[in-house]
Design a protein around this ligand. Sequence first.
Ligand code: ZN
Length: 188
Amino acid sequence: MSYRALLNIDYTHDFVADDGKLSCAAPGQALEDSIVALTESFIQAGDDVFFAIDAHEENDPYHPESKLFPPHNIIGTPGRALYGKLAEVYDRHRDKPQVHYFDKTRYSAFVGTPLETKLRERGITELHLVGVCTDICILHTAIDAYNKGFDIVVHEQGVASFNQPGHAFALEHVVSILGGRVVEGSHA
Ligand code: ZN
């Protein structure tokens, strides 16, 4: 049993591809090799890897994001597919018991998902974060992780945003306010 896990957030077509509905585009695409390398290295080390992927219904009148963003990651559309080589990595390892995939409907991967229960069952205390967007789903997940007492590690080459000042603010906030670590490189 390991104390750490990798959390892969929203690295999907809609958030990363040039024609994605809410895309980080080039800064997001630049993460592909780092996220793939980190994901493989956690799996090879026997650590748990969680994929928490945005899932929306089109024009959901009750969802707060409907007023804020264009429709994205709509259930049943190709926009929800994992982007690039990460899709192949997931397909290759998806049947392993340490690889978990679940939908989320809010910024934080803790809201309405089995994430916290699965982390506590496994005695995981340190959460490594990669994906997009740094200042939205990564930051909100990190804030929940902080409030729940998890240690936070954000991989700088594994996160990006369509908002560069927001990206920089979020990384600084993780360190100075959440007491987390921001690490460089794609090493684990
Ligand atoms: Zn969303």
